[in-house]
Design a binder for this molecule. Sequence first.
Ligand code: NI
Length: 171
Amino acid sequence: MTADPVSGPYRRPTSAAALASDRSARAVPEAAAAEPPRGPWAATVDLKAAFDSFEELWSPRVVARVNDYDIRIAKVAGEHVWHAHSDTDEFFLVLAGTLHITMRDAPGGGERVVILHRGEILVVPRGVEHRPASPAGASILLVEPTGTLSVGDRHDPLPDHVEATTGHALA
Ligand code: NI
């Protein structure tokens, strides 16, 4: 029996490039290709321009909503704060740089560090205490329910450089 990387006790980063090449092998139905879903609310967001529009670290911008989930982007460097989201998993995708996520979910409650490089994703399971960090800086994309606090619903004392936010609109 093959191990399921998603439900296993140790979630490993998955290469987005591997997922993309897998997806590109599938044929796009003709009707879907001819008529992409659109509405008066639909607008392209240029992620490069979005990243260029702010400088604040650990201060996510909401770039899209998918049903009741936010797609957020953030510039990060240094350490965030230990925190946990009791009610939701949290999705991370690294777009540039390297992100370290330390989690307290090793056997016996110990800590382990997952290092995510560009193009790698990780889901931190709900309830797991985690501390994102990036010694050299990174640009990341997050997916989590709208209203989710960046510092979770329980956290260590917040240092000055970490704000508690549910995400900011793009300027
Ligand atoms: Ni978190």
